[in-house]
Design a protein around this ligand. Sequence first.
Ligand code: DOR
Ligand code: ZN
Length: 443
Amino acid sequence: MSDQTSRTLLLRSVRPYGEGDPVDVLVVDGIITEIGADAVTRAPDGTDTHDCDGDVLLPGFVDLHTHLREPGREDTETIASGSAAAARGGYTAVFAMANTSPPQDNQTVTDAVWRIGREVGLCDVHPVGAVTVGLAGEQLTEMGQMSSGEAQVTVFSDDGHCVHDPMIMRRALEYSAGLGVLVAQHAEEPRLTPGAVAHEGPTAARLGLTGWPRSAEESIVARDAILARDAGARVHICHASTTGTVELLRWAKAQGIRITAEVTPHHLLLDDSVLESYDGVYRVNPPLRESHDARALRDALVSGVIDCVATDHAPHAEQEKCCEFAAARPGMLGLETALPIVAALLVESGEMTWRDVARVMSSRPAEIAGLPDQGRPIEVGEPANLVVVDPDSPWTVVGEELASLSANTPYEGMEFTARVVGTVHRGRMVVRDGEIVGGGKNA
Ligand code: DOR
Ligand code: ZN
């Protein structure tokens, strides 16, 4: 392809936000320059043209919570394989959590992750900086250095671990307010979860699994809301999982506290009844709760009490999952199945429109993380980070066929109706007909 063709892209017959008659969208040099029935007449010769057959066009998704495992566990995921999974899932930006090995607790590591993400070029990879050195919960990291480095880190989290010491959390929030960055909390009071592997309730009791009570999450959510209030800081709650957390978020937001929250597709869809199989693929932190929790989480996402969907994509090797339940590593794949799950639960049920999906998967997470060129409206003059969704393309999940290096999907064999068929990252089509076609590595 010449430079000219690679800079001009025409999406034919798409429906922005699933609304109205199909239109054509012309993209030049990464910017949307035309939307309309006759955009095709302005497309220069050699334009990369893609027929979308009336599919839904949304702003590219933004994932505030992804584990890419590089550096350290490149046998389970790399920045390249995770970026491919993200692009196939419709994501144009992901936040790579800090619990790598070595952890992303200093500027050298955060800048390295950022640079590799740029080289791969399938989506924007933003490293999350650790809040404490070694994620050990004792000493704050140099957040300022990481935020002023090449990666310009805007989100900090010890995810996988809770910043449980209230004085450390208080100081982290105070510094974050000064720096204009965000602390994202994995809300788990560790003194309430020793040895815990499953939601504390009738199912875990029957199966003989050590329970993880809701109070371990809710006590930290309540505490951090109050600490954020007093520090004048923002705080973000990772993977909200309980009815009580929803109530606390509603209360805190009503007080004017600057708190935001995400929910994972698995906490929206699944509950602890699946644990009857003792299959380690269902072990996750926080654990799958009860069906009323999932219902409350869905309602909270619809109403805006929970701001957005984040995947907590957590690849693990086969030997780490296919073992005794209590020995299995917590975490499940999420990037390539998020949209189909949200569509099945909330769009196909009539609870959300596609515009609402754009809010919870794209614009809200971009706002929360402070990304200026993601989650933007589909309008002339806006950056072309876009996703094409076929709302009616039934497919069956097969872990081995996912782009991730790991296969620990809890949705193996499940059928979904909606599917991501195209992803446009910075004006270039990186996924076409569901397959990776571009990116620095493969271009
Ligand atoms: O299930 C989880 N897996 N929860 C976490 O907080 C961490 C993650 C991981 O890194 O595998
Ligand atoms: Zn977590």
